[in-house]
Design a protein around this ligand. Structure first.
Ligand code: SF4
Length: 108
């Protein structure tokens, strides 16, 4: 076997040994990107969500967009229209303008 052919074979074998690691990296990055992608992205371009301290995942007990007076669910129930901010928000969201729905307010 010639010297250059042996060298090419070594390079080829080395690239094969790195291929699984490269696939894991690409696959992992792809999976993380999917995990991070919100189902209902909120338009923050005008700054109103920030002003109202809006968050995609409510940290306030029993208060979510989905049980807010200003929220109207879409067909899926995951994404809805917020009448306060005039844009789509996920049911899991929350902001400082949260108000109970009328039937919920009447119960208290
Ligand atoms: S006003 Fe209600 S529906 Fe709109 S973002 Fe705030 S909590 Fe969600």
């Amino acid at each position: 076997m010639s010297k250059s052919r042996s060298s090419s074979r070594r390079i080829f074998l080395r690239s094969l040994s790195l291929a699984p690691a490269a696939l894991l990296f690409v696959g992992g990055k792809s999976a993380r990107a999917q995990d991070a992608a919100p189902a209902c992205p909120v338009d923050t371009s005008d700054g109103l969500p920030g002003t109202l301290q809006y968050v995609d995942e409510s940290e306030t007990a029993d208060q979510w967009c989905r049980n807010c007076h200003f929220w109207n669910a879409d067909e899926t129930g995951a994404c809805g229209a917020c009448e306060m901010m005039h844009r789509a928000t996920p049911g899991s969201g929350h902001c400082m303008s949260w108000a109970p729905q009328e039937e919920e307010a009447a119960a208290h």
